[in-house]
Write a protein that binds this ligand. Structure first.
Ligand SMILES: CC(C)(COP(=O)(O)OP(=O)(O)OC[C@H]1O[C@@H](n2cnc3c(N)ncnc32)[C@H](O)[C@@H]1OP(=O)(O)O)[C@@H](O)C(=O)NCCC(=O)NCCS
Length: 256
């Protein structure tokens, strides 16, 4: 029977493998499974993180990582797990010089600046979701390819929604690759597309917003009208939220 649990350290081997195999956006998957285990564990340990695993009798079927207050989560990670991540990250980059070069040329300066800002307490802790509540971010969701379209992703997301809501978040944002498996899934369950742009590696990405105060959409399909309406929405708060999120994830936006 399918169960959704909090991710534990015993799950990290399998969840890092899933992450490495199916999620290719950004730098971290390129740094290998060892680094991903440490990275995923920060979501499980942080008081502002949510780390979930879906499993049945056969093992892990999927995983979800997110935050309930993004700025505070990254500050917590820097303060409590920063040295460990830096050590394992440096090792991973030394073993993969081409990824190290990519990191140095595209992210090192930005990460250092961000780290200084977070540690100095200058980051935007009153994170600008469109409601003014803390900004929650759904960072990663992945399911086993042999068990897709069976409701595993939906159940992971429903539990994320419930937990984030209990912790005071009213909406979450997420970014997924244009043309990937994420976009149709997020649209199906009722997320609203609020921006389209280029990611740091030049790929087109879409940003979505998920309202946490209502259960995920089940039966009705998005009409073409809904879809085009969703795509042109982009008010001040949404752009600011997008910028904070992109910053935290090292994604280039047209604003930068
Ligand atoms: C995206 C992903 C997590 C979806 O997981 P899943 O377990 O297949 O999702 P579910 O079965 O719960 O699907 C929920 C709904 O979305 C629909 N859906 C899921 N994937 C879809 C797709 N590719 N195209 C159209 N509809 C899709 C399902 O049919 C289902 O609709 P229903 O409940 O009305 O029947 C999975 O495809 C995956 O791991 N992809 C690779 C990693 C990835 O791209 N992650 C997203 C970026 S972070």
């Amino acid at each position: 029977m399918l169960a959704i649990d909090r991710l534990s350290r015993d799950d990290l081997e399998e969840t890092a493998e899933l992450h490495h195999r199916h999620l290719h956006m950004g730098l971290f998957p390129k740094m290998g499974k060892g680094f991903l285990r440490h990275y995923q564990d920060t979501f499980a340990e942080s008081p502002y993180g949510i780390a979930l695993v879906a499993r049945d009798e056969e093992g892990v079927l999927g995983a979800l990582l997110g935050t309930t207050w993004n700025a505070k989560h990254y500050r917590w990670v820097l303060q409590h797990r920063g040295p460990e991540l830096a050590a394992f990250g440096s090792l991973a980059l030394m073993l993969r010089p081409h990824v190290g070069y990519m990191f140095a040329s595209s992210r090192l300066g930005r990460y250092a600046k961000g780290a200084r800002r977070y540690l100095a307490g200058q980051s935007d802790t009153a994170s600008p979701s469109s409601t003014g509540a803390p900004l929650s971010v759904l960072s990663h969701i992945v399911t086993q390819d042999r068990r897709r379209r069976c409701g595993v992703g939906r159940q992971l997301l429903e539990e994320f929604r419930r937990l984030a809501r209990v912790r005071g978040a009213s909406e979450a944002v997420l970014v997924t690759e244009e043309g990937g498996l994420g976009a149709p899934f997020f649209e199906r369950i009722g997320c609203e597309c609020i921006a389209c742009r280029k990611g740091a590696d030049g790929r087109s990405v879409r940003e979505y917003r998920l309202k946490l105060d209502r259960t995920l959409r089940h039966d009705e399909r998005l009409s073409p009208l809904d879809r085009s309406h969703a795509l042109v929405r982009s008010d001040f708060h949404e752009l600011t939220a997008a910028r904070v999120f992109a910053d935290a994830h090292g994604i280039n936006t047209a604003i930068h």
